[in-house]
Write a protein that binds this ligand. Structure first.
Ligand SMILES: C[S@@+](CC[C@H](N)C(=O)[O-])C[C@H]1O[C@@H](n2cnc3c(N)ncnc32)[C@H](O)[C@@H]1O
Length: 527
């Protein structure tokens, strides 16, 4: 991922994976990292000038990128770099910023040390974050950026990655029709249907002994406030939890359940203790809220999952009684996938659904195809997928549990050649073994769904252009790339890419002409 919009600042994430697959990009691909900085070594007048600009240039060559760099520049942090070349200065910085840059920045290597951070002028797209926890939580860092600016940045990010990492030319006239404009999210809040992730992730709702308190509230805390918290991880701490009564991203019903639990779980009469991850003492560990819909009735459903250190369901009974359920689901992504699949609808096609999770994509398509073969590594997801198929009365879907990073030559023997492959990997993207397999399989169409535009760009590059270092030839053509903003106020963007096998693309492009030729030759002896 190239840049993350936040507070008018831009951060360049680590692109460690590039080391493994590609040589570093040429210097022309460097981007700039914006941060407020006061170089203490510069003269007074220059310091003033520079602190009024907002730019310090740091090259994004992955070899130079310091993985431990924090999201925001920190006091005392220093970075050593060459000043922008006249070329990059002219392209990367606005004329106003360029004019404000001291000459030394343009001509010499500089070391910048951050001594003071101060917002001089808010970014023109800055808005007030609607969530009271935004300054402390860190879950949705882009909340105080105008939503329109958020999704434009995401669109630009996908575009840049597809050009620089995917090596598609933006000058190619066809590229304009391939790159679709981003689909913004209709629901900018309350869209999240799951509010719990692995332990180290800040988005888990945790019950832990260590309550994290913002600095300004420390006094209040010392004056006897409760030291237990149910909420989200404080940024950068695995053992501190910021108490949260409401999260604007999770669904309204999930918030109502959270409020009901917050209301009573500390009641001493219930005898509930929160878990301490250091001493391993305590009962309540995690709370997971998942919003969904009953597939038979379409009625809303909310799953509330308490993770405890021991099995004592009777202790949870009072909390369970407090919980209510009303859901919300966003289905736009599945509609786009279905459109891309362009199914004939005559029950003749075979679909291979890779990384199927609980089978949602495959099952959405199953009623219009001959058979769907689905693969997934998590056994529980496979049994849920089978259950989903049963509930929906779908008999033409098979689910296989297996690790797609460890496929061997036998992979593919269990199903006929698919017409369409759906691949929806998690953030690391597809393993090279799977890419090689797909290039050998040569299905007519691949729909690549991705939650990480960087690995998506890499994988479509491999599928279309091959991997020279590995002697692999690409055989697909990118037909469309649709970014979808499924997670407003966070840096995440989903992409749905349609790739067509070059042979079948040529055939479908020239088929009308071939038919015309045949038709003409039948009626015209000249041809
Ligand atoms: C982005 S989710 C896809 C979810 C699914 N397509 C859906 O719409 O619900 C990625 C899925 O890939 C699975 N996965 C991750 N690594 C895998 C691997 N090496 N082999 C097979 N499945 C894997 C994850 O468990 C997860 O369910």
């Amino acid at each position: 991922m190239a840049t993350v919009p936040a507070f008018g600042l831009r951060r360049l994430n680590s692109r460690q994976w590039l080391h493994t697959f590609r040589p570093p990009p040429p210097p022309s691909l460097s981007h700039s990292l914006s941060c407020s900085a006061s170089p203490s070594s510069l003269e007074e007048s220059e310091e003033d000038t520079l602190s009024n600009t907002t730019t310090t240039t740091v090259t994004t060559n992955p070899n130079n990128y310091n993985k431990t760099k924090s999201f925001f520049p920190k006091r005392g942090q220093s970075s050593c770099d060459t000043g922008p070349s006249p070329a990059s200065a002219s392209s990367a910085a606005s004329p106003a910023k360029r004019a404000a840059m001291p000459r030394s920045v343009l001509l010499y290597s500089i070391q910048v040390q951050v001594t003071k951070l101060k917002t001089i002028t808010p970014h023109m797209d800055a808005v007030e974050a609607p969530c009271e926890y935004a300054p402390h939580c860190g879950g949705c860092k882009a909340q105080n950026l105008l939503y329109e600016a958020q999704f434009r940045l995401k669109e630009q990010q996908v575009h840049e990655l597809v050009v620089h990492v995917g090596k598609f030319s933006s000058k190619d006239p066809e590229f304009i029709s391939i790159m679709k404009p981003i689909v913004p999210c209709d629901i900018q809040f309350n869209y999240r249907n799951k509010s719990s992730y692995p332990r180290l992730c800040r988005w888990s709702s945790h019950l832990e002994i260590k309550k994290w308190v913002p600095k300004e509230l420390l006094q209040e805390q010392r004056e006897g406030a409760d030291d237990h918290a149910l909420g989200l991880h404080a940024p950068g701490f695995f053992d501190r939890v910021l108490n949260v009564d409401k999260c604007l991203l999770q669904s309204e019903p999930a918030n109502r359940v959270l409020a009901a639990i917050q209301d009573c779980w500390r009641d001493p009469q219930l005898g509930l203790s929160s878990y301490n991850c250091h001493s391993h003492l305590g009962f309540l560990k995690y709370l997971m809220l998942r919003t969904g819909r009953d597939v038979r009735t379409g009625l809303p459903e909310l799953m509330v999952n308490f993770v405890t250190s021991s099995y004592k369901p009777e202790l949870l009974k009072p909390l369970v009684e407090k919980c209510v359920a009303i859901p919300e689901v966003a289905e736009v992504l599945y509609k786009i996938i279905e459109e891309c699949a362009c199914l004939k609808g005559d029950d003749s096609e075979i679909v291979l659904d890779l990384f199927c999770g609980t089978g949602t994509i495959g099952l959405t398509l199953a009623k219009r195809v001959r058979h769907v073969y689905c693969y997934e590594v998590v056994p529980q997801a496979i049994s849920d997928a089978r259950w989903n198929a049963k509930l929906n009365g779908i008999c033409n879907a098979s689910f296989v549990q297996g690790d797609l990073n460890k496929i061997d030559d036998n992979f593919g023997k269990g199903f006929p050649k698919p017409d369409i492959v759906i691949s929806d990997p998690n953030r690391p993207g597809m393993h090279i073994k799977l890419i090689k397999y797909l290039l050998k399989l040569k299905a007519a169409r691949i729909i690549y769904v991705s939650c990480n535009p960087a690995t998506c760009a890499r994988d479509i590059d491999y599928l279309c252009h091959g991997v020279t270092e590995k002697n692999v030839e690409g055989c697909y053509r990118l037909r469309s790339l649709q970014p979808v903003d499924t997670f407003p106020h966070t840096p995440h963007t989903e992409c749905v890419c349609l790739l067509e096998l070059v042979d079948s693309w040529l055939l479908s492009s020239f088929l009308p002409y071939i038919q015309l030729l045949r038709f003409s030759s039948r009626f015209s002896p000249v041809l």
